[in-house]
Ligand binder design. Sequence first.
Ligand SMILES: [Zn+2]
Length: 279
Amino acid sequence: MIAIEEHKLKDAEGKVKISFQETPNVSGPFSSGLPDTIVIHYTAGSSAASSASWLQNPKAKASAHLVVGKKGEIIQLAPFDIRTWHAGRSSWKGRSGLNQYSIGIEIDNAGVLTQTAEGYMTNFSKLVSNKNVVLAAHKLDSNQRGWEAYTAEQIEAVEEICLALVETYNITEIVGHDDIAPSRKRDPGPAFPMESLRNRVLFGRDEDLPDEPDDTLDELAIVSADNLNIRTSPGTGSSLVSNPLPRGTKVKITKTQGGWSYVKTDIEGWVSNQWLRTV
Ligand SMILES: [Zn+2]
């Protein structure tokens, strides 16, 4: 279990490798009641060590509170009561300059890849094996591209860090750099499970076990699409609960919201109404 003591990460059980390297690229302390936001990034660098080292270089004019390596190891660059320089020109929910409000977590990940004759390549000219490439369109773009996969250890470490931050500070928002600087940034991108992290850390929800809505409806329907996506919340941006429901699947609708229905079969979740035929 990761905890925070005097604004630094500690792992009492000694299972997580945590080191502290102080960056000079910081502003003063946060105003009272802050930070209240966590911003997730990818480094687009070649290793956690090289990214951490760059973020301590005054020439970088950038920093973050943490860098999370591929094995889940953590390098902390500044205590959490000090403002670092990770967000740049940014705005979210009516506030701009998110460095004043937020903790920055950089994840060692190459980010968007370039497709070449030999395969998918990073911006530092390293080929990424196909099993580590996620093909997806960024939520802000329409074209599908290759992205380096995050490791399970990284995703787990980031979740533990966020839980410890929520425990210690008044954190109410977890956002991506791409949420707060959409004209410039695409990190952490579609390979990072932002929605499920947010659900689990902020709302205590496991994405595999969606919250039970009130069973106000009890209507039977049949899936009329070949493959109907079933999601954790109403909206195409939310995560998939499982493989899509095949055509002809019988479901029970228990609730509707907007153009979406919460359905139960052997699994349950939200589906788009247009592909349900009531019986
Ligand atoms: Zn970023």
